[in-house]
Design a protein around this ligand. Structure first.
Ligand SMILES: [Cu+2]
Length: 273
């Protein structure tokens, strides 16, 4: 229920980037507001109670070391408890708010009451590139094609050493560990693309994994719904032909720059690829 309220934007599932930006803005705004109030109040008091050389009044009640300045139940006590109470309310609300959002970010399309994922893709990291395995058995290297207006769930793993699959502008990052699957998700909701139009997001490896690590990049290509379906069906048909042994394979040939660059770099350094 909470998940559906927090995650479900006006336009379907809210993107992680949107949620993290919101948390950042709320904390920045509140922090600035409270900072301004506290610092102004402190400066005002420093001015009000400055030493102007005159004698202290009879009623002067100086603070005593080791005692709370409650003024024996007078107005000072009220002020003290009011400030403690307000701080507690602000801090507890922020903890509940931020932690609640992070919990639903963890669950993503699996959260109850939220639309489920439209497509699940296995992501396999290797030295040095990314392989994407689609539900219909099609695989691509270094480029992940996804349709617009969808929630995509990724199951990330590795076939050699530790890598980390990350896309900065989508605010997603997931460890790729051999023998283990870690899940993450993103949404392409709100990307209203015309036919033939594409939007790309840069994939990077965030775990130092060898000499080609910095070339271990790729792309997420968001396509128009129809374009994606056409591409997806073509790939599936090509895969079928290939397994029949009656046609040339067209899938898996769209190698991105990552592998080529890595190989070039290594040969340039005199390392045997
Ligand atoms: Cu890597």
């Amino acid at each position: 229920m909470i998940a559906s309220v927090l995650l479900q934007g006006t336009d379907g599932l809210r993107a992680q980037a949107e949620i993290f930006n919101e948390i950042f803005s709320v904390f920045l705004g509140l922090g600035t507001l409270i900072g301004v109030i506290v610092v102004s109040y402190m400066l005002w008091n420093a001015y009000k109670y400055r030493d102007d050389g005159s004698e202290p009044k009879e009623s002067f009640d100086p603070p005593v070391l080791g005692e709370l300045p409650t003024g024996k139940g007078g107005p000072k006590a009220k002020k003290l408890f009011l400030s403690f109470g307000l701080s507690a309310i602000v801090v507890i609300s922020l903890v509940v708010y931020a932690y609640g959002l992070l919990l639903v970010v963890e669950q993503g399309p699996d959260a109850p009451g939220v639309e489920s994922a439209d497509m699940e893709v296995d992501v396999v990291g290797y030295q040095f590139g990314w392989e994407f395995q689609y539900p219909n058995g099609v695989t691509t290297q270094n480029t992940l094609y996804v349709p617009e207006d969808s929630a995509i769930e990724l199951r990330v793993t590795s076939r050699d050493v530790w890598h980390t699959f990350g896309v900065t502008d989508l605010r997603i990052k997931s460890d790729a560990i051999p023998g283990d699957y870690s899940e993450t998700w993103f949404t392409t909701d709100g990307e209203d693309l015309a036919s033939g139009e594409e939007r790309t997001h840069q994939i990077e490896c965030f775990e130092l994994c060898g000499s080609g690590h910095s070339y271990m990049t790729g792309e997420i290509v968001v396509m128009d719904d129809q374009d994606f379906n056409t591409w997806y069906d073509e790939q599936a048909a090509a895969l079928e032909n290939e397994s029949d042994g009656s046609g040339a394979a067209t899938n898996g040939t769209d190698s991105g720059n990552g592998m080529e660059n890595a190989t070039n770099a290594m040969t340039a350094q005199g390392v045997e690829a």
